[in-house]
Write a protein that binds this ligand. Structure first.
Ligand SMILES: [Zn+2]
Length: 138
């Protein structure tokens, strides 16, 4: 976390308005000092991941963002342990798109189970400016 913006979390309702709520929140919660230019990509990805969580996951859906001064770290947690399955867009345009976008836009991404003692899974991604390669700060 950076000196300007502390880590923030949002509990999202499970419904069709969730992706819009997530997008709106990210515009405010994202660190405008360091990662303003990353927020557009972040918003697109968050929208996809929240949509997936609503359609295929379960409550609670929690969105969290962190800035480390150079990169934006975004997590979308939901209450379902079911692993999201990347599918090719040709097979399933709706569900495959999120992962294609993650590959294209994020520096790194992944899926974790039972993060910090929470039941369910978390899909996370890092958006960042190129810099020295070092140990992951996740
Ligand atoms: Zn920052």
């Amino acid at each position: 976390m950076c000196e300007r913006t502390v880590r923030q979390e949002l509990l999202l309702p499970l419904g069709e308005t969730s992706p819009a709520a997530a997008r709106a929140w990210l515009q405010v919660a994202g660190c405008s000092a360091h990662v303003a230019d990353l927020l557009e990509d972040a918003t697109l990805l968050v929208s996809e991941l929240v949509t997936n969580a609503v359609c295929h996951g379960g409550p609670p859906i929690v969105l969290a963002v962190d800035c480390d001064g150079r990169r934006l770290h975004v997590r979308v947690r939901d209450g379902s342990r079911a692993q999201p399955v990347p599918r090719s867009p040709a097979q399933d345009a709706e569900n495959g798109r999120g992962f294609v976008l993650l590959d294209a836009l994020s520096a790194r991404w992944g899926v974790e189970q039972e993060v910090e003692g929470h039941a369910g899974k978390e899909v996370w991604f890092l958006l960042g400016h190129p810099g020295p390669v070092g140990p992951a700060t996740t």
